[in-house]
Design a protein around this ligand. Structure first.
Ligand SMILES: [Zn+2]
Ligand SMILES: [Zn+2]
Length: 277
């Protein structure tokens, strides 16, 4: 091909190449821009108001804090009514009559409107969107509560390691992840605590989740539902779950942790069901 012909072909093709390059660059910039915006800001997962990426807005964080700091049974975090205050040494009736194996519970909020939507989304397809918000709310509850307990500035927590409540095989198959496990991972990262994964295991499947069983029967079946895969001598454990309903799961898990030598078990739950079912 003669040099003149090549030059002529280039003159014809270069504008097209430039246009194509510009379109590709613009698409790339758009993608990069969307990624950047997603990292900088997004809507609050509770109220849809403006918030930092994935986190609660200031108003919802405050609302969660008011809920976590409401009058609760210190043992199981059940919210107590005004008439229950001062009775049973500050405990709820259940904890006064049948003390659970765990010593203490901190919750981020009640499993009720508006925060129950967070749990529903967390267990659904949008878990990545709300995982940070759940850990954020639980962390602020733990830190504020710890400070209130010692009556001073926030110091080191009396916790050595974080342990998630293991999911059942059926739940893992359905969701593809363990909500308690993800939350425990977020808490260990945020609070610079050891995460002990796979230490607590379900001993057997089935009996504890049969809806046809009465509550007492479910509790009895759940009592030995967990076992520890290794010794935890002297460790102060934070047992993490997304929701506490009756407390029987946490009770059984705490029994296994204590049987493995744990010095104490504190429960951290994102949401506490207001009344026992
Ligand atoms: Zn909000
Ligand atoms: Zn209680």
């Amino acid at each position: 091909m003669a040099p003149g012909t090549v030059r002529a072909a280039l003159v014809r093709i270069i504008p097209h190449l430039c246009a194509a390059a510009w379109v590709m660059a613009r698409q790339g910039l758009n993608r990069a821009g969307r990624g950047l915006l997603a990292g900088i800001g997004s809507n609050c997962p509770v109220c849809e108001g403006a918030a930092r990426a994935g986190l609660l807005c200031a108003a919802c964080a405050q609302a969660a804090l008011r809920q976590s700091a409401a009058r609760r049974c210190p043992r199981c975090a059940l919210r107590l009514g005004a008439t229950q205050a001062g009775k049973h040494g500050g405990l709820c009736v259940d904890c006064a009559l049948h003390p659970p194996a765990f010593a203490h519970t901190v919750t981020a909020f009640d499993y009720a409107d508006p925060f129950n939507t967070l749990i529903a989304r967390y267990k659904g397809a949008r878990r990545h969107v709300v995982a940070s918000a759940l850990a954020q709310a639980l962390e602020q509850a733990v830190r504020i509560e710890a400070a209130a307990r010692v009556g001073s500035a926030i110091g080191p927590l009396p916790i050595d390691a974080v342990v998630p409540v293991p999911a059942s095989r059926a739940s893992l198959k359905q969701r593809g992840f363990n909500p308690a496990g993800e939350l425990a991972r977020g808490m260990s990262r945020r609070m610079a605590l050891r995460l002990l994964r796979g230490v607590l295991r379900r001993r057997h499947e089935g009996a504890a989740r049969q809806a046809s069983l009465m509550r007492r029967e479910r509790e009895a079946a759940a009592l030995d539902a967990y076992v520890c895969a290794r010794r935890l001598d002297g460790l102060r454990i934070a047992l993490v779950d997304d929701v506490m309903t009756t407390g029987s799961t946490a009770d059984a898990a705490a029994r296994a942790l204590l049987a493995a030598g744990a010095a104490s078990v504190t429960v951290w739950v994102a949401a506490r069901t207001p009344r026992s079912l």
